[in-house]
Design a protein around this ligand. Structure first.
Ligand code: IPM
Ligand code: MG
Length: 358
């Protein structure tokens, strides 16, 4: 039987409880579709600071590199908020993305039919479906550019640098275009080319790469307009291609259109099949350990792992279908509706329900 090596980074806050549910679902999918998974635990973020003294220990990088794929919960929390920038849990997350070369972050914003009423957007704007894929550049731009502080004549200032090279833009553009080819054949590249030089290079490069994909319709949009259009008319979008920081912001917005940030999965990919899979939401320390967390984004991330890295598309589809069915029967508090037909469940109960529907 095929066995996959998975490195598990539970992280902080609700990380451990949501990852446990996703692991259960992966095991159940393996049972059903004839493969097995072997897990290695490693530390990242706040838990790594507490256990090993830094947010990204060497052995965590090694364990991830040795695996077929990585499953990640979330990092961060008030306990570590006073640490300096490069010692914070978030530095561990950026570090692992960089160390593994995961430059392409896929963040699908879809509305599950049973959740339509949970969207804050009017039903007539949503229509019968919404399916947007945000392709976010993940290892460049202002997240990784030069930064620093200086004091001149007693006045302190700080700076961060947005910088993109042509090869960096080309490779993420190719991911965007090839995703669009497999979907609705439309790609909207989002930038701030009316102001930023880096955006002007981005736009010119994406326009040039588009010639390799004549079947994909390319458009360009300024990021402020895109933020507005996502709320005004989200159905105009198929694939949104954008930089690291714009993608961070727009993917949170896109997630909310689909009902709850607790529903949105992501895949971070490099040059080959290898990938890191994590929900787009954070560690929600305020509800950690209470059973209130929604495990579905992490379960759906595990589904993306089955599809993009492990080559198990049928199992991936089965996980998505099981999640959709589970939503007709039960809801965690973030998506629960008083008077609805679904019962309110805990994180663990939701995990068990998805397993039983697989
Ligand atoms: C995300 C998160 C991270 C990011 C944080 C935790 C560093 O917001 O994955 O979207 O900004 O990339
Ligand atoms: Mg974010």
């Amino acid at each position: 039987m095929q066995t996959y090596e998975i490195t598990v980074l539970k992280g902080d806050g609700i990380g451990p409880e949501i990852v446990d549910q996703a692991v259960k679902v992966l095991d159940k999918a393996g049972e059903k579709f004839g493969f097995s998974l072997h897990y290695t635990r490693a530390y990242l973020g706040g838990e790594a600071i507490d256990e090993k003294g830094c947010p990204l220990p060497e052995e965590t990088v090694a364990a991830c590199k040795a695996a077929d794929a990585v499953l990640l919960g979330a990092v961060g929390g008030p306990k570590w908020d006073s640490l300096s920038g490069d010692q914070r849990p978030e530095a561990g997350l950026l570090g692992i993305r960089g160390a593994l070369g995961l430059f392409a972050n896929l963040r699908p914003a879809v509305i599950f039919e049973p959740l339509k009423e949970a969207s804050p957007i009017k039903a007539e704007i949503i229509g019968d479906a919404l399916d947007i894929l945000v392709v976010r550049e993940l290892t460049g731009g202002i997240y990784f550019g030069q930064r620093g502080r200086e004091t001149v004549d007693g006045v302190e200032s700080a700076y961060d640098t947005e910088r993109y090279s042509v090869p960096e833009i080309e490779r993420i553009a190719r991911v965007g275009f090839s995703m669009a080819q497999k979907r609705g054949k439309k790609l909207c590249s989002v930038d701030k080319a009316n102001v930023l030089e880096s955006s002007r290079l981005w736009r010119a490069t994406v326009t040039r790469v588009a010639q390799e994909y004549p079947d994909v319709e390319l458009s360009h949009m300024y990021v402020d307009n895109c933020a507005m259009q996502l709320v005004r008319n989200p159905k105009q979008f198929d694939v949104i291609l954008t930089s690291n920081i714009f993608g961070d912001i727009l993917s949170d917005e896109a997630s909310m259109i689909s009902g709850s940030i607790g529903m949105l999965a992501s895949a971070s990919l490099g040059e080959n099949q290898f990938g890191l899979y994590e929900p787009i939401h954070g560690s929600a320390p305020d509800i950690a350990g209470t059973g209130l967390a929604n495990p579905l984004a992490t379960i759906l991330s595990a589904g993306m792992m089955l599809k993009y890295t492990l080559g198990q598309p049928e199992a991936a589809q089965a996980v998505e279908d099981a999640v959709s069915k589970a939503l007709t029967q039960a809801r965690t508090p973030d998506i629960y509706r008083e008077g609805g037909a679904q019962k309110k469940v805990t994180c663990e109960e939701m995990g068990d329900l998805v397993c039983s529907l697989l």
